[in-house]
Design a protein around this ligand. Structure first.
Ligand code: MEZ
Length: 555
């Protein structure tokens, strides 16, 4: 749906203030950044700061932690399978390294494990590459410009963005491996945006002290994912099982992780895959729509790996925080939740209220920016209403063409330019209506810099993990995270597979024990997890789908 006449009338307020705002920006005058005190006051409006958004989880290794209801509910759910009905001695496939998840982290892990000579199986819920990596837009941070930047500056920015709660050893690993990752991607064929003389283009993101965001227009994740996926598909040592999510990990009699039970979504059969090491790289939880927020995430982002790892004995950290990207589409509704990359703001687009007035600098750290938008709409009554009664603020994209030359928006943001064109909105001429959208799981399974967990043989990488970003991730550090730690996990899992893995009988005893713990805690529920796919069925329809809850499960 194109902008309505009412919205076009409201856009006039933005147009009216634009010449003066552009002049100020040209003169180097910016809306003031908040002081630390103002930031902490503003953050009170961030969804993470709503105590009622969380509850105590009553079972498992992080029992007693306060987590979002949606995650706690999944951690307190039963298994999708009846452990007594599964014959774990019937092996469907056997490999050195089994990777659950076929996004950026899983695929990077597969490449590195393969390079170490390991046989690799990647099991993925949807198609290979259907993941948040594919949907990442604005860029990947790395201190490649040694004369102006360094991993040290990058380190300080990551720590500051995470409110200095980040796990230092993880941050150190992230930033020191970043330049190598960019080189690795380029060698494999990733086409980053460059100047005519071949130098990599870089820009700022919220919370960065140096321009170190490398990008491929506004489709950086797609460009990276297509390249590493092609590479993986061309390596004979890597097999990919699509539409085959993991539904439980398998431990052996020594308590080591030694495989997984996969659910074949086409045949509805359960397959046992035995492995010498397992990597969980299943991504995040956007499709849980925490606190009712819309999301940028892909359809399969349902926190499956958290559930599997947690049941097997791996604790969680930083899950009390979730990242809401400040600028998701709130209108047209067909694009609801759609990520409007931070690069728009990096290129100069102001964030404006219904009066066309600035109320926040567009380059505040993400959590502060999102909180300021929420406050402007819900507390100060300065949001712009959509035809269905939602609220948003304007992201003034036409400023980008004015500041950088006609055609910049179409060239630098082709993904968004085309998507809005379908609704007869030219974002180089009209602003976009936005609101914070659930974007990233800041926390997750506990790990160390070698991607090891409390369960021997079980490695983790990417969004399923917690610690590196502390309580808030900066833009461009998630593509970096999946690649740095994906590669690390692939390497260490291969070494473990060759040097440390012990042979042993496979069991689902940890699942039985978890069910006993649920029972002892008095938790009676018919909810099963992992969720695998979100259910958007209307409640009335669901009431008539008597069996829907259990389709494809053994319970
Ligand atoms: O890292 C991200 O989340 C990212 C690059 C998002 C964006 O705004 O483009």
């Amino acid at each position: 749906m194109s902008y309505t006449d009412t919205l076009r009338d409201l856009i006039r307020a933005v147009e009216k203030t634009r010449p003066e705002r552009v002049a100020r920006k040209r003169g180097g005058e910016e809306f003031p950044l908040m002081s630390l005190e103002e930031r902490s006051k503003t953050l009170r409006y961030h969804p993470d700061y709503r105590e009622e958004g969380r509850r105590e989880v009553r079972v498992g290794p992080s029992k007693g932690s306060h987590l979002p209801h949606e995650i706690a509910d999944l951690l307190e759910a039963g298994s999708r399978v009846d452990a007594d009905a599964v014959d774990v001695s019937r092996i469907h496939a056997e490999t050195d390294v089994l990777i659950l998840g076929g996004g950026g982290a899983g695929t990077a892990a597969a490449l590195l494990a393969d390079s170490q000579g390991a046989r690799v199986v990647v099991a993925t819920k949807l198609r290979h590459g259907d993941a948040n990596t594919m949907m990442a837009e604005g860029g990947i941070q790395a201190a490649t410009k040694q004369d102006k930047d360094s991993p040290y500056d990058h380190y300080l920015d990551v720590m500051g963005g995470g409110h200095f709660t980040n796990v230092p050893e993880l941050v150190q690993t992230l930033v020191t491996h970043a330049p190598d990752v960019i080189g690795w991607l380029e060698e494999m064929g990733v086409i980053f945006s460059k100047f005519p003389d071949g130098r990599l283009k870089t820009m700022h993101g919220g919370g960065t002290s140096r321009k170190r965001m490398h990008y491929a227009a506004d489709i950086t994740g797609t460009e990276i994912m297509r390249t590493i996926r092609d590479e993986a598909r061309n390596r004979p040592g890597i097999s990919v099982m699509e539409f085959s999510p993991g539904v439980e990990l398998l431990l052996n009699e020594h308590g080591d992780c030694a495989g997984a039970l996969l659910y074949n979504m086409e045949t509805e059969e359960y397959d046992v895959v035995k492995a010498r090491a397992v990597i969980l790289a299943t991504g995040g939880c956007g499709r849980l729509h925490i606190q009712g927020y819309m999301t940028t995430n892909h359809y399969g982002a349902t926190a499956d790996g958290l559930v599997l790892g947690y049941r097997a004995g791996v604790g969680v950290c930083f899950l009390h925080t979730v990242q809401y990207h400040p600028t998701g589409t709130v209108f047209p509704e067909q694009l609801e939740g759609f990520l409007l990359t931070e690069k728009f703001r990096g290129a100069g687009a102001n964030v404006l209220n219904v009066d066309g007035a600035q109320f926040v600098n567009e380059r505040e750290p993400r959590d502060v920016e999102a909180a300021a938008i929420i406050r402007e709409c819900l507390v100060r009554g300065k949001g712009t209403p959509t035809p269905t009664g939602k609220l948003g603020v304007w992201l003034d994209s036409p400023m980008i063409d004015i500041l950088h030359g006609e055609g910049t928006v179409a060239r630098e943001f082709p993904g968004k330019f085309i998507a809005y064109k379908r609704f007869e909105i030219d974002i180089s001429k009209e602003p976009m209506l936005v609101y914070p959208t659930l974007h990233y799981q800041n926390g997750g399974l506990k790990t160390n810099a070698c991607c090891e967990t409390a369960v021997p043989g079980l490695f983790v990488a990417g969004e399923v993990t917690g610690g590196v970003h502390g309580e808030n991730r900066l833009m461009g550090n998630s593509l970096l995270d999946v690649l740095v730690f994906g590669r690390m996990a692939g390497n260490y899992a291969a070494v473990y597979a060759f040097e440390k893995a012990k042979a042993g009988r496979l069991t689902l005893d940890h699942v039985r024990a978890y069910h006993r713990e649920l029972e002892a805690a008095g938790i009676v529920t018919d909810r099963v997890a992992p969720m695998l796919l979100p259910d958007y069925t209307d409640a009335e329809v669901r009431r008539r789908q008597l069996t829907a809850h259990y389709v494809g499960t053994l319970r």
